[in-house]
Design a protein around this ligand. Sequence first.
Ligand code: WTA
Length: 640
Amino acid sequence: MAEETKTVLPLAKGVVPTGKLHEMRKRALEDPEGFWSEIASELYWKKGWDKVVEGEPPYFKWFVGGKTNLAYNALDRHVKTWRKNKAAIIWEGEPGETRVLTYYQLWKEVNKFANVLRDLGVKKGDRVTIYMPMVPEAAIAMLATVRIGAIHSVVFSGFSAKGLAERINDAQAKVVITADGMYRRGKKLNLKEIVDKALQETPSVESVVVYNRLGLDINMEEGRDYWWNDLMEGAETYAEPEWVESEHPSFILYTSGTTGKPKGIIHDTAGYMVGVYATMKWVFDIKDEDIHWCTADVGWITGHSYVVYGPLLHGATTLMYEGAPDYPKPDRWWSIIEKYGVSIFCTAPTAIRMFMRYGEKWVERHDLSSLRILGSVGEPINPEAWWWYFKHIGKEKCPIVDTWWQTETGHIMISPAPGIELVPLKPGSATFPLPGVDADVVDDNGNPVPPNTRGYLVIKKPWPGMLHGVWGDPERYKRTYWSKFPGWYFTGDYAMKDEDGYFWILGRADDVIKVAGHRLGTMEIESAFVAHPAVAEAAVVGKPHPVKGESIVAFIVLKEGQQPSDELREELRKWIRETIGPVATPDEIHFVTKLPKTRSGKIMRRVLRAVISGKELGDLSTLEDEASVEEVKRAVAQLR
Ligand code: WTA
């Protein structure tokens, strides 16, 4: 059998499948009350819940009647035990400095910062925007926010001033927490400048807290901007946690969808907490001795659930690294694994593919024998990358947990679960839904499709970490997730199940693309293009890319009197970086005089996708003007 499709058996010799995983999956769906109650009882509740789950699509409540606090469970619970002096966060800065915060130290910082926020007037339910580099203070800010019952909205530091302003305004944030700057590939980036620009159009913001990371000489506006350290100096050292109702929102996280505007996904407190806690145990098999390193930025859901909350809820040690993966050399990550004895490592396929290109020699310089579990997250992992990861990083000893989930799902949904029982792995398959996840693959009418047939991935029953709406837009919540298949959650992904029931995720069924693991909406990029004075129309599609998974390709129709030129192309690229952020920088920009459209005027993106990847064009009977396709073909050929 070709290596690509070979099944990898559970790795310990002589292991016979016990069926425990499938038994647990069955029980969780048959008896959600009993199943989730047992898990939730491992956490602290100020007031116990009356019912585990209640409601009807699209709104459900978890642990109804309960009261708890996410930060209390992540910190205070451990500070009362021997874990008080255990490392909670190990941090390495890009220039190489190390900081270790024990549970006690982290707890103290969070308490103090919670008081800082209260002193700034932040109350239960208020929104706090966090725009920070990967420093422990980002986690401190998140934990302090939920400690006082406020709601955080972390915005990835790769978003521009406009992107930040849009998110601050949508959430109506009262406070923004940021840093003077951050390191990226040895360069000092000024973050505060971006924040200052954003704040010109964000009337809701009353105060800004600035963490001094670089010692930059920045603008500090009297009465609005405060240095983190100055405020912390005067802060009381204990902050009583706000005991919030189970369904109280803990955070909003903006993500891209099919329309131009990012949507604020709302997560609750108790369901999210229990779901992240359970999956941390099942998928990563987290133990007290572990050093857990998930390379995600805190600006994404993976950073929320598996850098900050998941590990801390277990009293585990989480590692944070500030900088670029291959800086100063392509062995930076492997040197970190060796230096700290990382045992669980989780990253995105795009990073694996990048390291594959650098070659094994960079890996071989380091002793990676501390590793025991490898994770993959955020996009499909191709078998080639899977095998490289398995052989060269895991030395054929570590299972790869290919984790499928979304910002909306809060925690991992489909994945191998070595913390329960490791099933034979198939490279490229996320294996089975975790206990409590009722996933299926269906056709347009909602009927399950036969094995090895593509269909839509749906979730048929509520799960603990599920989203609880789109901030300020209940209609969009219903329309996007609950109307294609009434009563079920629509994931937006294509998938199939094979003859053994394994799930294979086949990519998005909508206009969302994944570029280097970052989720972007093509319509979001299109609306940014048409906001440029020279642009009349724009169509954006994803093109398969060997490292990034997908890259951004744009087709632009210019306004009358505008001439296509390389300068304009550069200007538009810069424009996108400024309006959305560097994450959305297009790889290719093609100028055309018309876009392929249907007779009713809809852009035929599938035709554009076919042209750029040299595939069959498919059915063109609805196309309005054939010349548009010829022009697109010519433009693509010219630029290559
Ligand atoms: C994709 C990231 C294949 C999928 C946690 C999903 C994956 C979107 C996988 C969510 C995987 C995530 N295999 N595709 N293991 N994990 N995806 O919100 O298309 O940034 O819908 O959450 O990423 O992206 P998001």
